[in-house]
Ligand binder design. Structure first.
Ligand code: KDG
Ligand code: MG
Length: 402
């Protein structure tokens, strides 16, 4: 079997997605997600100009060799654009292998380690009462794990809080939105939010929260310590993680579990965090961290240190990533939780999928491959529409950490 074509499909059914379709001489094809939120066309060009031509004529069954070829062979290793492109190829090749062997991806990986995948949903509100109402709705829908984000009094805007009644969208059209940030206001307020959750709902649900890298290590330590009574499942991205040593300071002060890594691209981004046991959950996901071939390596390494997975699953990772991630989650022995934000209705139509949601858990389905396809004719009806993540500025105008 040989690869005869590799096409890049850019579409915006409610939000922008980049998809790679790898076609073989036997007509079997595989699909991979190549979406890098806000920088979509860079990956599309990297694939189109530099990767797709190199795939033609190769045996799609040599997944590991193609991965190594694209990673080592390019000379320029790592980085979000490169690793997202490699991930898309890898996901598509695993999809082909599943279709050729007639096996769902999770069986190729070693079979299910659990019956279904626990996912966490997003409860957001402009204030505490609204956030608690959204939390209650998630409980009614069967979620066992819920992330809560809330507007902070006297702060103009907060990332991760939806403007209407639905879930928030991680990118906005019409330029880069500027949001404000005050660590002091946030740190004074956010323990009250968790207290309110536990007061109203008790301790029966896993409570999660994302700090979006806004704190310094010592501020993160203070937050972790202050919220210990509310027993969070995790605090996510408390501080930027380029400096992996910074997490030692957090660890010295608090037992609140830490999740990091949605922006990571490779095992090198989290090697120290994992081997020094500075985190509890690794959030890297398939699309941005080199696909199944590489994420499996990260997860195996993490398992040596009892670090569990908590794959990023925001709506800017396409339904293709969701499908492949659910296969990965069903198999991976050291699974923690999977994020699930849902998708715009149009995206669900463009990407027919076998995965299903059922009362706070998901299953990838049992069709061969990862079980997600793309309706190209429908995709063509939604042209690319540039959108960007917002930025955060301190109240004096200083550009702050994402
Ligand atoms: O593209 C970035 C978003 O996916 C990210 O901001 C969402 O932080 C996020 C999360 O935890 O889902
Ligand atoms: Mg996050």
């Amino acid at each position: 079997m040989k690869i005869v074509r590799a096409d890049v499909i850019v579409t915006c059914p409610g939000r922008n997605f980049v998809t790679l379709k790898v076609v073989t001489d036997e007509g079997v094809y595989g699909i991979g997600d190549a979406t890098l939120n806000g920088r979509e066309l860079a990956v599309a060009a990297y694939l189109k100009e530099h990767v797709c031509p190199l795939l033609i004529g190769r045996d799609p069954g040599r997944i590991e060799d193609i991965w190594q070829f694209l990673y080592k062979g390019a000379y320029w290793r790592r980085g979000p654009v490169t690793m997202t492109a490699i991930a898309a190829v890898d996901m598509a090749l695993w999809d082909i292998l599943g279709k050729v062997t007639g096996m769902p991806l999770y069986k190729l990986l070693g079979g299910a380690s659990r019956d279904s995948v626990m996912v966490y949903g997003h409860a957001t509100g402009r204030d505490i009462p609204e956030a608690l109402d959204r939390y209650a709705e998630h409980i009614d829908q069967g979620y066992q794990a819920i992330r809560i984000q809330c507007g902070v009094p006297n702060m103009r805007s907060v990332y991760g809080v939806s403007k209407g009644n639905g879930v928030y969208e991680p990118a906005t059209k019409g330029g880069v939105e500027e949001q404000s940030w005050s660590t002091e206001k946030y740190l004074d307020f956010v323990p009250k939010l968790f207290e309110a959750v536990r007061d109203r709902f008790g301790f029966g649900t896993h409570l999660l929260h994302d700090a979006h890298h806004r704190l310094t290590p010592i501020e993160a330590a203070r937050l972790g310590k202050a919220v210990e009574p509310y027993r969070l499942f995790w605090i996510e991205d408390p501080t930027p993680a380029e400096n992996q040593e910074g997490f030692r300071l957090i660890r010295e002060h608090t037992v609140t579990p830490i999740a990091v890594g949605e922006v990571f691209n490779s095992i090198w981004d989290c090697k120290q965090l994992i081997e020094e046991q500075l985190i509890d959950y690794i959030r890297a996901t398939l699309t941005h961290a080199g696909g199944i071939t590489h994420l499996r390596r990260i997860a195996d390494f993490a398992s040596l240190y009892q670090v569990r997975t908590g794959c990023h699953g925001a709506s800017d990772l396409s339904p293709v990533c969701m499908g492949a991630a659910l296969h990965f989650d069903l198999w991976v022995p050291n699974f923690g939780v999977q994020e699930y934000m849902g998708f715009p209705e149009a995206a669900l139509e463009v990407f027919p999928h076998a995965w299903q949601f059922d009362r706070g858990t998901m299953h990838p389905g049992d069709v061969p491959g990862h079980g997600v396809d793309i309706d190209e004719a429908l995709a063509a009806r939604y042209p690319y529409d540039p959108a960007y993540l917002p930025v955060a500025r301190l109240e004096d105008g200083t550009l702050w950490n994402w």
